[in-house]
Design a protein around this ligand. Structure first.
Ligand SMILES: [Zn+2]
Length: 675
């Protein structure tokens, strides 16, 4: 069962990177001038100017698909997490303690001998159960039962705050059922997409052969499954369509759904999930109508092959090495990563994903300080002040809407470091000899936790990311900005750095998340997290017109020769990047250093602020990963996350003497400013 992460607007697509408190090195230089390419004029390409030499020489490690600032943070600290895991897995912890659970979970995952010996035995009973399905009714019941073990097959139920009654939780259903990254992958015919389609089909075939199917049948199964998925994909909304929260909100009565989609059998599904609900939020009704239709038109053997493939795929990365390799080979085609990560590193991701709040507790105890939290709170408050001042000065918004915007800004819930209320794992039994069963126990616990929330008041202390995560998010339903401990380190934040560095780094991140409260999606939610219009009519029209300017600007950016940034898909993130930069800069200008002109390392305070910003987004990606991102990631590529906002921001022009004729130059009237 998915969490409410579906609606979170994060600073990065990837989650799961971990970090730790950085030791303060007073001799550290916070600007890496050895990375500069001084042959490039700052006004032509500031990203290249700051990172050019680094971009020429940086090598993507064989176990990664990218390299850059985020990976630096991750690399510096993953050894620390390893230290925690190795310490607690030695085995002398009191039974039932979080140390015992984390330690034994990790040990069970490291026990490759047992895992190898078991092959695919852990999922055999489920595969046999699929063999025994007799009709559509049995099929529907099987899938619903798997959902109660948190196995997301075919469709995706989840529990979240009701968009139109945000203090109460509701059961919702999202579109799902595909193996490729998204619906468009089934319909594109370019050579890169065809390579991914082929890799996916090869993967499915391998999974059937590994579980004892002969190769002729395996090939037939794959063709059938692919055809079925393509039909499902035709009903999916595109990732741009999915950005519209209003169209994703369809609170429908279970009785009506049952009448309209009898084969899907909503009553059985909801009863099996163990929920008493008269109505549910069906985010994308066309997908569910399509599944209902396919349940009656697709032969049962095809569905059974589909269910088997779905189940094996879910388990492949945790079974014996042949399955892990098959799974990795497909990931390799998608991401360009050449070698699989070492087992311990995969296991720490698994611990983070399954016992995240237990690992989080051990992590913050060792690597997070209250001082960092207080420093962050100061920064957040300064950014709020700067944002308020910007709202007051907006020339396109009426006073009454401004008042409401400020109400929303000051209603932000601020979460820094880690949760006040750790998740309870007391009902999870962890055995150091049974990795697969441990995963099941965690999944079961997660399902129970989520499903128990249906129809109950929303608990706003909940977090959508674990403490060690190097990321941040805005959640419109809670109207909150959240900064896990993991991101509070250099190059984002360092207590020893000057304000220019911190405001250009974590300040930008804070401003970015704040602006999400007012982007194409966030702006549709009010201060209490309800999907409810609070805008004056002409303000709304102006906002939409300005959004179109952002879309057009980013549509003009390319990667990999001719592949364009999708302005509509990335509009919310681009607004957040533009607003975030402006707010962070204004807040920086309120500091002592911001009002000073003293140079450090030869740079003025303003120059240091912009260099810090460009350093944060330093990265290099495998082409394969870059393609997946451009197709599915709501964030623009890192180069454009620097180029776009700076080309709209006049103080940057002043700081680096950007002039007409420079490639980043835009006439003052063309510089886009929303917030
Ligand atoms: Zn974002």
């Amino acid at each position: 069962m998915k969490s409410n992460q579906l609606v979170l607007a994060a600073i990065l697509l990837l989650t799961g990177f971990v970090g730790c408190k950085q030791k303060t090195d007073t001799t550290q230089k916070f600007i890496d001038t050895s990375a500069f390419d001084s042959s490039v004029k700052p006004g032509d390409n500031f990203y290249q100017f700051v990172n050019g030499k680094w971009l020429k020489t940086a090598v993507i490690p064989s176990t990664e698909s990218s390299v850059g600032s985020f990976l630096d943070v991750y690399n510096r600290t993953k050894e620390h997490i390893k230290g925690i895991l190795e310490e607690v897995s030695k085995g002398s912890n009191p039974d039932g303690s979080i140390e015992q659970k984390v330690g034994d979970f990790y040990a069970s995952g490291m026990d490759s001998v047992t895992i190898e010996k078991r092959g695919y035995e852990p999922i055999k009973p489920t595969l046999q159960e699929i063999d025994g399905i007799k009709d559509t009714k049995g099929l529907v019941a099987f899938v619903a039962k798997q959902q109660t073990q948190n196995e997301g097959i075919l469709y995706a139920p989840y529990v979240a705050a009701d968009d139109k009654n945000s203090s109460m939780n509701i059961l919702a259903f999202y579109q799902s059922g595909l193996g490729l990254p998204d619906r468009d992958y089934y319909f594109k015919t370019d050579s890169a997409t065809i390579a991914v389609q082929k890799a996916y089909q090869t993967y499915l075939k391998k999974l059937f052969i590994l579980t004892g199917t002969d190769s002729v049948t395996a090939v037939k199964n794959v063709a059938d499954i692919y055809d079925l998925e393509k039909k499902i994909a035709s009903s999916h909304r595109t990732n741009v369509e999915l950005r519209d929260p209003k169209s994703n909100y369809n609170k429908l009565s279970v009785a009506d759904l049952q009448k309209k989609m009898p084969a899907f059998d909503w009553v059985t599904v909801i009863n099996t999930l163990g929920v008493k609900a008269d109505s549910v939020n069906v985010n994308q009704p066309a997908f569910y109508a399509k599944v209902n239709e396919l349940l009656t038109t697709t032969p049962l053997p095809v569905w059974k092959a589909y269910l088997k493939a779905s189940r094996i795929k879910l388990a492949a990365s945790v079974l014996s090495s042949a399955f892990v390799k098959a799974s990795f080979d497909y990931q390799k085609a998608l991401s360009g990563q050449q070698e699989i990560k070492p087992r311990w590193e995969r296991m720490y991701w698994s611990v983070d994903g399954n016992l995240g709040d237990a690992l989080g507790q051990l992590y913050v105890k060792k690597y997070f300080t209250e001082d960092a939290k207080n420093r962050m709170l100061d920064l957040v408050n300064n950014l709020s002040t700067a944002f308020e001042a910007r709202i007051n000065k907006l020339d396109w918004m009426s006073d009454s809407t401004k008042t409401k915007a400020k109400d929303k800004l000051y209603a932000f819930l601020k979460k820094i470091g880690y949760t006040d209320k750790w998740r309870d794992y007391s009902k999870v039994t962890i055995d150091k000899n049974k990795y697969f069963e441990n995963l099941q126990a965690c999944s079961q616990n997660e399902f129970n936790y989520q499903i128990n929330k249906v129809g109950k008041p929303v608990d706003k202390t909940e977090w959508g990311m674990t403490a060690p995560t190097i990321n941040a998010y805005y959640n419109p339903l809670f109207n909150e900005i959240v900064f896990p401990a993991g991101i509070l380190q250099f190059p984002f934040f360092d207590p020893a750095a000057d304000d220019a560095i911190n405001y250009g780094g974590i300040g930008l991140v804070i401003g970015h998340e704040m602006t999400h409260g007012f982007d194409d999606q966030g702006a549709q939610y009010d201060k209490d997290g309800n999907l409810k219009n609070w805008w004056g009519k002409s303000d709304s029209l102006q906002f939409v017109a300005k959004s179109k300017l952002v879309i057009n600007q980013y549509n003009g950016f390319t990667i990999l020769d001719t592949l364009h940034v999708n302005g509509a898909l990335t509009t919310g993130e681009n607004m957040a990047d533009n607003g975030g930069l402006a707010i962070a800069y204004d807040a920086f200008k309120m500091t002592k250093q911001g009002q000073d002109t003293t140079r450090i390392d030869g740079f003025t305070p303003d120059q240091r602020f912009f260099i810090s910003f460009a350093q944060v987004w330093r990265s290099k990606l495998k082409d394969e990963l870059a393609r997946v991102y451009i197709n599915t990631d709501p964030h623009s590529p890192d180069k454009w996350r620097v180029f776009g906002p700076l080309s709209n921001f006049t103080p940057f022009y002043t700081a680096f003497d950007v002039k007409e004729g420079d490639k980043m130059y835009k006439a003052e009237k063309d510089r886009i400013k929303i917030w």
